[in-house]
Design a protein around this ligand. Structure first.
Ligand code: NAD
Length: 291
């Protein structure tokens, strides 16, 4: 089993961003500024936002957190989004998902100015991505593409199975890896909760990207030798030996693969850190577009 080290690659990307930021500061150019909108006090969401802010500090970005109570109305939140759109100092911002059930996610995400949409979820940017036009790519799929490029994983003509069809991971990564780009050109199959004979699809795939959120779902018996496995899943499972009482695991039962001839991203330390690095890369791009 060979580990695809997302932690290391994300650190490399952050170092590269820092060099660009230091150069901008030297040349008296604007320092990139990322903002995050957080509604309510969902534990995991707060943790994700904190890691994004920490990463901003690491590369020398400015960052802001706009935190709103759980009971903010949709109209109020839309007004706040407009204010951030108009704030000249903020280059890009994200709305941390999930939002409370009284707020329509689509209404909020389409209100974000496409020029500041560093999560790449606005239909304008999503459409550009689908057409293969340069834009802000959604951070998690962009992180997977970056790992594939930096590990020089050859995808051309290979069978790629994406498990999960969410708008933030499964769907965009299936689009990106099937495109006519030097790092892609895979033959992509998308599996989901209604897919039959998933084990047969797994066994015949050269690369498997799992984004379902079921702990330890993918077992060694389902996969052929030489397969590249990208584990996007993040689940908390009970762990009495941990002071927190839980541990984070992926969709892949990694222990089951110990003695196998495969490449794999661990959880934690795989796709997760890459997601943050790509968000910062998008923010730098948004700032550079304003130069
Ligand atoms: P989601 O939770 O919106 O949907 C899950 C998908 O899995 C659906 O498309 C569903 O059809 C599919 N699915 C469910 N059961 C299945 C089964 N038995 N067989 C095949 N497909 C099945 O998806 P999401 O938002 O992409 O999240 C998936 C996982 O990825 C979650 O654990 C989430 O926390 C994690 N995630 C990680 C990152 C990261 O940065 N590493 C980013 C986003 C999401």
């Amino acid at each position: 089993m060979k580990i695809i080290d997302g932690k290391k690659i994300s650190n490399d990307v952050l170092d590269e961003i820092k060099i660009v930021v230091d150069e901008r500061i030297k040349n008296r150019k604007k320092v990139p500024h990322l903002a995050a909108v957080l509604v309510g006090d969902d534990g995991p969401s707060e943790t994700y936002v904190k890691s994004k802010i920490r990463a901003c500090e690491r590369v020398g970005f400015n960052s802001s957190l706009f935190k709103f109570d759980m009971d903010i109305s949709q109209d109020e939140l839309l007004k706040e989004i407009i204010k951030i759109n108009e704030n000249q100092d903020i280059d890009g911002f994200i709305v941390q998902l999930p939002l409370p059930s009284n707020i329509e996610q689509e209404k909020i995400l389409t209100q974000i100015s496409p020029n500041k949409d560093v999560d790449g979820f606005h239909p304008y940017n999503y459409g550009k991505m689908t057409l293969g036009i340069d834009t802000f790519l959604p951070a998690t799929p962009a992180g997977i593409v970056e790992l594939i490029k930096r590990y020089k994983i050859e995808l051309s003509g290979k069978k790629c199975l994406v498990i999960g069809r969410s708008q933030i991971v499964g769907l965009p990564i299936s689009i990106l890896l099937g495109q006519n780009k030097s790092y892609a050109n895979a033959t992509v199959t998308v599996a989901h909760s209604q897919t039959k004979h998933l084990d047969l699809l797994c066994a015949s795939s050269n690369i498997i990207i799992s984004a379902i959120g079921i702990p330890n779902f993918l077992k060694s018996s389902m996969v052929s030798d030489k397969t590249v496995i990208i584990d996007v899943g993040i689940s908390r499972i009970e762990d009495s030996t941990s002071p927190r009482g839980y541990k984070i695991v992926g969709d892949v039962d990694i222990e089951d693969f110990r003695d196998r001839d495969i490449m794999i991203t661990p959880v934690p330390g795989g796709v997760g850190p890459m997601t943050i690095a790509m968000l910062l890369q998008n923010t730098l791009k948004a700032c550079q577009l304003n130069d």
